[in-house]
Every structure is written in structure tokens, then in C-alpha cells.
Design a protein around this ligand. Structure first.
Ligand code: ADP
Ligand code: ASP
Ligand code: MG
Length: 610
């Protein structure tokens, strides 16, 4: 007899009829000789409704009372589903997070799971009952009486944690779409269902806006090798399998408190090309990277920072042996831009004289680990460790599960040992290029995501010395603000004899003002300039493990945006993703055209429940 954990989301249990349909499916699973634990979300949009109620009463409700309130939604659905099962003659029992013993940190509204007690669950299962568990909630470790919630969308995480703790044969996430699609079918109806996706790709997609899975659920599945599947509660189709690598054996104690960083990676074979002062208008990045890819040069990191006046800087890295090619392309591109400018009126010409800079040998150093999701302090800790070792950071590029910096190649050994010490990594650091080999079968772009909840935070004129990024991101971490894309400008401005650079990052809109105030307060003390926030942005990203060693993916993405006259405000990449910040009003169009450009659209439209 196998044990299956099934999770049903809000829409799947949104009405009495839906709850009855879920009960039928659960019963059928039991009749196929399985033990079943079911995790359910609150009905329909109940949680949103409860949030609105709270806002009506208080502008700033306490996080404890919010958890008390929001946890009630799930309690309604477990009781109703349990009754519906009993009506079908299937014995069942509902349990809250506290009754099961889903023990969490004492951090209201975003608690991480520490332990899942399984004895009570097992006793009920042994008696032939279906156990219906409230998702999204737990009980705090400290005194075992406080109700906590895991963060919006957290029922997925409850389900995967239960599956890990019980050693379930499969964790099935039933939702209102047929599985994981190439993008959100509510925005792009031509999105196509995938048969499978790797955990690494799904982690990126989930954290870049694809809310079909909670990123922390993917993280647990990856750490414990939980077989995970996403499928529709409206059909019997097999959905999408999320594939995890074979995990290292690990204890179930402190389930979500994994080591934040599990690898330090480096690559000393990188050269940097930067083009300063390119015009800030649609099509420029597309032209540059189109030409680079025609020369068959694979670019690794690409960074375009916030613009200054009407120009941008774009920097990218390539393998050292490809530098001469890349440089030739950049020089020709720069000269073409200068020629174009010379035909323009004198005032504009002065502002925009493109210039190419190269650096023969730089090193890329990165920390990686799914455990850094939602832990704002990790990037700051990395920057502080580099500063302590006297290492200056040249470029920064981040994803949810990785922070990469380029540094002077001569600093590489010192940087590695400082990072290994800081993050307690005793295995030897991983040399990056060898990793690409296992990915050659994956498609270059698996999916596309849009995040409309982001704001851009910019800090102008940050003194260019070791330790400054650590200070800035340390301040944000103290306020519990997770930063996403971090970009440091290429352009160096000398202010009162000190070289300075601009720094920008994206954060969630809800944190924007807190972040701005916190940094502004310290501006005169630490010597940085104006701090600004822009909430009218959207981030569109492509993700695919196969883009490693596949030149031209970035060029294709930029060309699609250029064709539709969409200006790119920031660019950042990791090995398996490319993200562009665009104006919020361009977000959905950008998503659609990029999805089309990579031929991800299919002929069949996905059917969505009303
Ligand atoms: P549930 O209530 O079942 O947890 P969610 O609303 O949290 O469901 O997540 C499912 C939704 O995720 C879908 O209705 C869809 O609009 C959205 N979504 C975003 N990106 C994707 C994607 N790549 N594949 C599938 N669904 C996606
Ligand atoms: N009901 C919670 C929410 O809406 C948890 C979940 O559905 O996963 O965020
Ligand atoms: Mg969900």
C-alpha cells in the first residue's frame, strides 16, 4: 500500500460541489489501495477576503492577529472535506496544523517549518482513515500554543513537508490549471503544458512570478527528493512532474532551516566587456547581442544597470578565449553608435559617446543554495565576507538561489577561502564550466514568467570601495527586506576625489518605502547619494537549464522586445535565467511576445475554470 499526499488549492475547493468532487477523487485514490493525506487551502478567495476585513479594521494589524485570522480559512475547508468524505462512506478526520504537530519558527506570517510530527497522522492512517490537514499553518516551537502561517501560497509547502516527513510515494498538487505551463495561461492563453521540469528551473520560475508552486515547496522537494507532480483537479491528465536530483541524506529535524548556502562556485576563465553610454532606447541590447551571437560567442553574465541621463551601460562576460571576438563586435558596435550620434544635433551628441572597456581576466565567484530563498541577509553576508578579505566587487548578478560577483582574478583565492569560511562550506569549491555538461538535453528556454509586484530601488553615487554593498544590503536585511536583482553600474564617477558607482536592485512593492527611508537615513553618514524608488516596473524572465552553452538566447529575447519598441530598463542573468525590467505598462505584452519568440505557444488553448 502506497502513501500519497494530495493538496487541493483554493479554486479546487471553492464551492460545495467542488469539495464533493475532491472527496470523490480522494476516495478513488484510497480505492486504488493507497493511504491518503490531503492538504487543503481556504475556499476560493477566502484568504484575500480575510486580509481585506483586517485592513478595514486596522491600517497596520499585528502579525500575530493576522495569523490568527488567516488560519481560519483552512479550518473551514478541512472540516467540510472531511464531512464530504464521510458522506461517501470513507472514514476521515480533519486536523489543524497544531493538531498534526507542524512545528514552525515563532515568526508570524512567514514561519518556516521546523518539524512535522507524524505519530498522530500514522495512527489515523493505520486505522484506515483519510487525514485532512489544514495547509499554510503551523504551531510555534517556543511554547507550542501560538498559531503561525507560512506565507501566502504556503499550502504547497505544507503538503511537500508532510510528504517528506512521511516518506510519501508522491506529492500531488491539484490546482486550477492542467499542470505547469510555459507561462501563466491567464495572461497568455496559448501557454503549453510541460510533461516535466527540473527543480532548479521551477525554483527560478516560482520565484520570478509563476505562482503555480510556492518556491519553498520546490526547495523541500529538492532537498528531500520528494516526487512532486502538479495537476488539474478538473481532469485525469497526468500533469507535470517536477524532477529533483538524488538528494544527500538529511535529517527531517529543522526541515526548512537548511544551510543557506551549499556551494561556493568560481570560474577564473572570464573576460569582461563593457560598453558605456549606449543610448537608452528600444533595440540597442538586441543589436549588440544579436551581433555577438552571430559570432557564436556564448555570453555568461549580462548586466545593464539603471540609466543615467539618456544613456545606459551594458556589460557582459565571455570565456577568456572568446574575448577578442567579443571585443571586436563591441568596438564595431560602439563605432556605429558614435557615427549615428554624429549625425544628430550637437547637444545630444555630447551626452552620448559610447566607449568600450575590456578586462582580460576577471573571475566570477558565486554562492549557491536553495536555502537562501526569503533570507534577506545572505547576499549582504557574502558582500561583507568579500569586503573583510579586501576584495572589491566589480559586477553583481543575482537570482533567488545564487549570488554571483565578478572580481579581480588575483583576488579569487582569497575570496573563495573567505566565502567558504563564512558559509561553513568545507567541500572543495565547484569550478563552474564543468557543470554545463549534464544540461545538454534541456531546452534553452523552458518557461517565461512575469512579476508585477516589484519595485526598483536605486542608490546613486555609492563610493566604490570594498564593503559598501555589504552595508547597503545589510541595512535592508535588518529590515527583513529580500532583494532580488542587484545591479551595480559600470560607470564610475569621481565625486570629491572618490570614485562612485550607482547601485540598483528590485524588491517587492510592499517593502519599497521602508527600504527607501532606511537607506536615505544613512546616506550622509556613509556618503551615498540620492535614493529613489520606482514602482511602475515589471520584470519579465526566461528560464531554461539548456541556455548554458547555447549562444543567442539573450539576443532573441532582446530582439523580441525591440521589435515591439519595448525599452529594457535593467538586465540581469544567471546561468539558467535572463530577466529584463521593463515599464509596468509593457509587462503583459513583453511576456506574450517573448513567449512567442521562443515558439512556446501552442495551437490548443488551455481550458480554465471560470
Ligand atoms: P492554488 O489555489 O491551486 O494554489 P494558485 O492560484 O496559487 O492555485 O496557482 C495556480 C495559478 O498559477 C494558475 O491559475 C495560473 O494563473 C498561475 N500560474 C502562473 N504561472 C504559471 C505557470 N507557469 N504554469 C501554470 N500556472 C501558472
Ligand atoms: N490560503 C492561503 C493563501 O491564499 C494559502 C494557500 O492557498 O496556499 O495564501
Ligand atoms: Mg497556490
Amino acid at each position: 500500500m502506497a502513501l500519497i499526499v494530495q493538496k487541493y488549492g483554493g479554486t479546487s475547493v471553492g464551492s460545495v460541489e467542488r469539495i464533493q468532487a475532491v472527496a470523490q477523487r480522494v476516495r478513488a485514490t484510497v480505492q486504488a489501495r493507497n493511504s491518503v493525506v490531503v492538504v487543503v487551502s481556504a475556499m476560493g478567495k477566502t484568504t484575500d477576503g480575510l486580509v481585506k476585513l483586517a485592513q478595514g479594521v486596522s491600517a497596520n494589524p499585528s502579525r500575530r492577529e493576522m495569523d490568527m485570522l488567516l488560519s481560519t480559512g483552512e479550518q473551514v475547508s478541512i472540516a467540510l472535506l472531511s464531512m464530504a468524505l464521510q458522506e461517501l462512506g470513507q472514514s476521515a478526520i480533519s486536523l489543524t496544523g497544531a493538531q498534526v504537530g507542524i512545528v514552525t519558527e515563532s515568526e508570524y506570517s512567514r514561519a518556516r517549518i521546523l518539524d512535522v510530527r507524524t505519530d498522530r497522522l500514522k495512527t489515523h492512517l493505520d486505522q484506515g482513515k483519510v487525514v485532512v490537514v489544514a495547509g499554510f499553518q503551523g504551531i510555534s516551537q517556543q511554547d507550542n500554543t501560538e498559531i503561525t502561517t507560512l506565507g501566502r501560497g504556503g499550502s504547497d509547502t505544507s503538503a511537500v513537508a508532510l510528504a517528506a516527513a512521511l516518506g510519501a510515494q508522491e506529492c500531488q498538487i491539484y490546482t486550477d490549471v492542467p499542470g505547469i505551463l510555459t507561462t501563466d495561461p491567464r495572461l497568455v492563453p496559448e501557454a503549453q503544458l510541460m510533461d516535466e521540469i527540473t527543480c532548479d528551473e521551477m525554483l527560478e520560475l516560482a520565484s520570478l512570478g509563476a505562482k503555480v508552486l510556492h518556491p519553498r515547496a520546490v526547495e523541500i522537494a529538492r532537498n528531500y527528493g520528494v516526487p512532486l507532480r502538479v495537476l488539474s483537479s478538473w481532469s485525469d491528465r497526468p500533469g507535470t512532474r517536477v524532477i529533483s536530483p538524488i538528494p544527500q541524506p538529511r535529517s527531517l529535524h529543522n526541515l526548512e532551516i537548511t544551510q543557506a548556502v551549499d556551494a561556493v562556485e568560481f570560474d577564473t576563465d572570464q573576460a569582461k566587456v563593457a560598453i558605456l553610454r549606449v543610448p537608452d532606447r528600444p533595440g540597442v541590447a538586441a543589436r549588440l547581442f544579436g551581433e555577438v551571437s552571430r559570432q557564436n560567442v556564448d555570453v555568461d553574465l549580462i548586466i545593464q544597470s539603471i540609466h543615467e541621463g539618456n544613456t545606459n551601460d551594458i556589460a557582459f562576460t565571455v570565456e577568456t578565449r572568446r574575448l577578442s571576438h567579443a571585443e571586436a563586435v563591441a568596438e564595431a558596435f560602439g563605432q556605429a553608435l558614435v557615427k549615428e550620434m554624429e549625425s544628430k544635433p550637437r547637444r545630444k551628441r555630447q551626452e552620448s559617446l559610447a566607449e568600450v572597456m575590456t578586462e582580460q581576466r576577471t573571475a566570477k565567484i558565486a554562492i549557491a543554495g536553495a536555502g537562501m530563498i526569503g533570507r534577506p541577509g545572505i547576499a549582504a553576508e557574502m558582500f561583507a565576507a568579500l569586503a573583510d578579505a579586501g576584495v572589491n566587487i566589480e559586477m553583481i548578478s543575482t537570482s533567488e538561489v545564487k549570488v554571483s560577483c565578478t572580481i579581480d582574478v588575483h583576488d579569487c583565492d582569497r575570496a573563495i577561502s573567505s566565502l567558504c569560511r563564512t558559509f561553513d562550506i568545507d567541500a572543495s569549491p565547484i569550478q563552474l564550466p564543468t557543470q554545463a555538461a549534464s544540461r545538454h538535453n534541456a531546452p534553452p528556454v523552458r518557461g517565461v514568467a512575469l512579476d508585477r509586484n516589484q519595485a526598483r530601488l536605486s542608490v546613486r553615487c555609492v563610493p566604490d570601495q570594498p564593503g559598501m554593498s555589504a552595508k547597503i544590503f545589510g541595512v535592508l536585511a535588518k529590515k527583513n527586506i529580500s532583494v532580488d536583482t542587484i545591479i551595480q553600474s559600470q560607470r564610475c564617477r569621481i565625486l570629491k576625489g572618490t570614485p562612485t558607482r550607482d547601485l540598483a536592485c528590485t524588491i517587492t512593492q510592499a517593502d519599497a518605502e521602508t527600504a527607501r527611508f532606511a537607506l536615505q537615513d544613512l546616506a550622509s553618514l556613509w556618503g551615498w547619494g540620492e535614493v529613489t524608488v520606482d514602482t511602475n516596473i515589471a520584470k519579465v524572465s526566461v528560464v531554461g537549464a539548456g541556455m548554458v552553452g547555447h549562444p543567442g538566447v539573450a539576443a532573441q529575447m532582446f530582439a523580441a522586445l525591440a521589435q515591439h519598441q519595448i525599452n529594457i530598463q535593467m538586465i540581469t542573468t544567471s546561468e539558467i535565467k535572463i530577466s529584463c525590467v521593463v515599464a509596468e505598462s509593457d509587462g503583459v505584452t513583453a511576456l506574450k511576445i517573448i513567449h512567442d519568440a521562443f515558439q512556446l505557444a501552442g495551437k490548443e488553448r488551455v481550458e480554465l475554470p471560470a
